[in-house]
Design a protein around this ligand. Structure first.
Ligand SMILES: O=C(O)CCC(=O)C(=O)O
Ligand SMILES: [Fe+2]
Length: 309
């Protein structure tokens, strides 16, 4: 099984008008990818490899600073926004039955102007600009997805009105995976434990090392390499629920590099989340899952990942 590559040029970010014909064609391709694998590569989206590299370069400068400097920008240090900020190495367990993941990250969840940002000075502007690019692309993808299911074009969009504010959990997260010292690795520890994402959809940009693996419906992990210039997009759990399991939220992970391989790895991921107050109800009218509020659902998932507090 392969992850399909879909050409998104008819609806790329420079294109203001898209024909119904193109929406139907893109919808057909996205629907088959999301019902069969839950992942798709989009090429020609308008987001360039240079933009991605820019985010990775400034992120690496941030991560290579001493922990003491990053500590005051930790996750939970921003009032009213529980997810914004730095997460240190081994803090997060995306698979709670494993030791902490061998990665650190910085989450941009709030675009409020009164927040203090870490250095380097360009860090804030570059993360914010890329957040907005990802937001724009995601909303286009949501529109195509709604169309592909025969729903009103606005049905998903209407639940994503407050992105970037404290009433919406959407997060741009830049991840750094430092060199692994195999002598110090704990039993069962991975770079990123097996998990599925929480919200609507996720946009993923990996550095050239790749390493992401996706669980296919047949039960095997398949590799999802880095394809420069593309955006890897996956369905997350709330979207699976919203679509009554029509779209699959696939489990994925990042293993350790082979022993002796001291390479680092980076990833930039945009986690699109419905507004906290949005009530997620099966869009086919079925009662397969009870309605649930997006914000409450996200808090439950954070509790599993970071431990209950
Ligand atoms: O680093 C990656 O490629 C993926 C990370 C991931 O799946 C996540 O943070 O949810
Ligand atoms: Fe993930």
């Amino acid at each position: 099984m392969n992850i399909p590559v879909v050409d998104f040029s008819p609806y790329n970010l420079r294109e203001n008008n898209v024909s119904d014909e193109h929406i139907v064609d893109l919808g057909r391709q996205l629907k088959s990818s999301f019902t069969e694998v839950g992942f798709v590569y989009l090429k020609n989206t308008g987001i360039t490899q240079e933009e991605v590299q820019h985010v990775m370069d400034i992120s690496k400068t941030f991560f290579l600073q001493p922990d003491e400097m990053k500590l005051s920008f930790s996750r939970k240090s921003v009032a009213n926004n529980p997810n914004h900020g730095w997460v240190s190495l081994e803090t997060e367990r995306l698979n709670p039955s494993r030791p902490g993941d061998l990665k650190e990250s910085f989450n941009t969840s709030s675009l409020r102007t009164d927040i203090k940002w870490p250095s380097p000075p360009a860090f804030r502007d570059i993360q914010t600009a890329f957040f907005l690019r990802c937001q724009e692309l995601s909303l286009r993808v949501l529109r195509v997805m709604a169309h592909s299911l025969g729903l009103k074009p606005q049905v998903f969009l209407d639940a994503h009105r407050y992105i970037g504010s404290d009433e919406n959990g959407t997060t741009l997260r830049t991840l750094y995976y430092p060199p692994v010292n195999s002598a110090l690795v704990k039993e069962g520890q991975l770079r990123c434990g097996e998990h599925s994402d929480y919200g609507s959809i996720t946009l993923v940009f990996q550095s050239h090392e790749g390493g992401l693996q996706v669980l296919s419906p047949s039960g095997n992990y398949i590799s999802a390499p880095s394809i420069p210039g593309t955006v890897l997009i996956n369905i997350a759990d709330l979207m699976q629920r919203w679509t009554s399991d029509c779209f699959i939220s696939a489990v994925h992970r990042v293993l350790l590099p082979p022993a002796g391989d001291s390479s680092t790895r980076q990833c930039v991921a945009f986690f699109l989340q419905p507004d906290d107050e949005a009530l997620i109800t099966c869009c086919d009218g079925s009662k397969k899952y009870p309605p649930i509020k997006s914000g409450a659902y996200l808090m439950e998932r954070f509790n599993d990942t970071y431990g209950r507090q």
